[in-house]
Design a protein around this ligand. Structure first.
Ligand SMILES: *Cc1c(COP(=O)(O)O)cnc(C)c1O
Length: 237
């Protein structure tokens, strides 16, 4: 991908976001586009930021630290969106402004303790396994209110909302029922006010289905291939 191609892709994503938001009667500025930059070079990440991307999301801690050392994310916010192992928490807390992928109470507790030790509060989202898939991590929808109650005692975290990766489907509309369930879960749990939580982000929708996700109420989409082109899993360096 050239810088030019990436900038055309970013413009096209922003255009489609704006159209999806308007057709749902929403303000496009409500929707945060997170560029999911896994397996893309620091140079490609910088091209995306130059083209208007304000938030980058990474999946792997090591890859994020390497690119961060190359100043790939300068000028943008950085989020962590992948599965986070407890032994890597110390590398992520404080470096990123939002962790999307809290999938267990033990991980939430570890993030809170690390943040407290640094004297900061880490913003996080709770990952929901909305398709109830054995292959995916995340809380079940019925766990969310009890996690929010437990988090009242965790002074190092602030829960900012929910994230989901529904079953991958060829049909861009096929995940709409899952998105709708997520929106309802988000509303139900935003109405109760708990300490250490401030539910304002609903992170759902990827390259293939973000239009549907926005229509169903998403306000944070994670876009990889529509910005950076298809990932080449075959030729890992
Ligand atoms: C890779 C990734 C994305 C983006 O996927 P695309 O289909 O390329 O847009 C979004 N969220 C997470 C958690 C990812 O790992």
């Amino acid at each position: 991908m050239t810088a030019y191609e990436i900038s055309c892709n970013v413009s096209s994503v922003f255009d489609r976001v704006a159209e999806a938001a308007r057709s749902a009667g929403r303000d496009p500025s409500e929707i945060t586009v997170v560029a999911a930059s896994k397996m893309n070079s620091a140079e490609n990440v910088r091209s995306a930021i130059e083209a208007g991307i304000k938030v980058c999301g990474e999946n792997r801690v090591q890859e994020m630290l390497e690119k961060n050392a190359l100043h790939a994310y300068d000028g943008a916010d950085l989020h962590f969106i992948g599965h986070l192992q407890k032994n890597k928490v110390k590398n992520v807390v404080g470096l990123v402004s939002l962790i999307h992928s809290i999938d267990s109470l033990a991980l939430l507790d570890a993030v809170s303790k690390t943040a407290e030790a640094h004297g900061i509060v880490q913003d996080v989202l709770l990952e929901v396994n909305i398709g109830n898939e054995a292959s995916k991590s995340g809380f079940s929808p019925s766990d969310i209110s009890s996690v929010l109650r437990s988090a009242r005692l965790l002074q190092g975290v602030r829960i900012r909302g929910l994230m989901a990766i529904p079953p991958i489907c060829e049909d861009p509309e096929a995940n709409a029922p899952f998105f709708t369930l997520m929106k309802q879960l988000f509303i139900d749990n935003s109405e109760k006010k708990y300490d250490n939580s401030n539910m304002d982000f609903l992170s759902m929708g990827m390259s293939n289905d973000f239009v549907s996700a926005i229509r169903c109420g998403s306000n944070m989409i994670r876009i990889g291939s529509a910005v950076f082109g298809p990932r080449d899993y075959g030729s890992k360096p």
